[in-house]
Ligand binder design. Structure first.
Ligand code: AKB
Length: 318
């Protein structure tokens, strides 16, 4: 990786991935791609080039790739699961037509592409415990449908045209930097903010609902390491299970209360998010990622909670 375009650079993953790549890549450029209305600001704007890069505008993508001699695209443009249920056609347009534009540009210009998949690519018939790498994927949400199709289309471009596509299935991602928007796992981020601010947290997910989760530094590490992995070792490409922790709301709240005993919680279960959550794995088996590119997470629930609370206390002066 030398010259990288991050599409969706101001989103939950993109805002941190762009900064990390700029710190770590020397002798190249990391372009912060954005859509009007979601412009980079502050150090994200000052730290390197920024260009409009709407996945639905293929000509514009090709021009940015040419201008900066891009060799790798991180395609992070997506509507998350709950919002995609409200806007399924828009989700399809961004996730599928957008991906096709990127893959076509990548084919013509020999660019590697990372497009994340998700625990959302699984469905109610998938084994929930130790979900295998290769298993049943029949999701019932539009988000899930686009994620399975993303995996298939990315593999298609690799096998048919040799485009270097690689990907991981992200669990719910937890970070203190940029809030997610419209996901099923967002509760696991929002409760930390409520705890530190001393607000009552209204939980949209029912107790006993387990999902895979991951702290953002591990997710970013995975996104970089998979693109740098030795291709000769990769049996899989799109997309690898990666895992680090699994919990239900009660387990998370108990862990936060070890540091902030005053955390107040009530439940108002959102039927859309709850139905999606119940169709996702409790815990994925990530042994293929460990075997094929040495994936190993650094954070468990304990370490993540300590770090999240410390950062948020500093941010909010608590
Ligand atoms: C969501 O909840 O939609 C995302 C995901 C797990 O892909 N965070």
């Amino acid at each position: 990786m030398k010259n990288v375009l991050v599409i969706g650079s101001t989103g939950q993953i993109g805002s941190e991935l762009t900064r990390k790549l700029r710190r770590e890549i020397s002798g190249g450029q990391v372009v912060a791609g954005y859509i009007p209305g979601a412009e980079p600001k502050g150090d994200l704007l000052a730290g390197g080039p920024a260009e409009i890069a709407d996945v639905r505008d293929a000509a514009r993508l090709a021009a940015v790739v040419d201008q900066y001699q891009i060799d790798t695209i991180y395609n992070l443009a997506a509507l998350l699961s709950a919002v995609a249920e409200k806007k399924p056609l828009l989700a399809w347009d961004i996730q599928m037509n957008g991906l096709l534009n990127i893959l076509e540009v990548a084919r013509e210009k020999k660019v590697a592409v990372f497009t994340p998949s998700s625990i959302g690519s699984f469905g109610p018939e998938t084994p929930r415990i130790d979900t295998p790498q290769d298993t049943i994927q029949r999701p019932r949400s539009m988000y899930g449908v686009t994620k399975v199709a993303t995996e298939l289309l990315s593999d298609y471009y690799f096998h048919k045209y040799g485009v270097d596509t690689r990907s991981v299935r992200f669990p719910g991602l937890i970070s203190h930097v940029t809030l997610p928007g419209g996901g099923t796992t967002d509760y696991a981020v929002e409760v930390y903010y409520a705890a530190v601010k001393g607000e009552t947290f209204v939980c949209p997910i029912a107790p006993g609902t387990y999902m895979d989760m991951m702290y953002m530094p591990d997710a970013l590490k995975a996104a970089v390491e998979i693109m740098e992995a030795d291709p000769a070792r990769l049996i899989h490409r799109n997309s690898f299970n990666i895992a680090s922790m699994s919990f239900d709301p009660e387990m998370l709240f108990a862990k936060i209360r070890e540091t902030i005993p005053s955390l107040q919680v009530c439940y108002e279960v959102d039927p859309v998010r709850q139905a999606i959550a119940e169709s996702w794995p409790d815990r994925m088996d990530d042994s293929c990622a460990r075997a094929e590119w040495d994936w190993k997470p650094s954070y468990d629930l304990d370490a993540m909670t300590t770090d999240m609370i410390a950062h948020l206390k500093e941010r909010f002066g608590k």
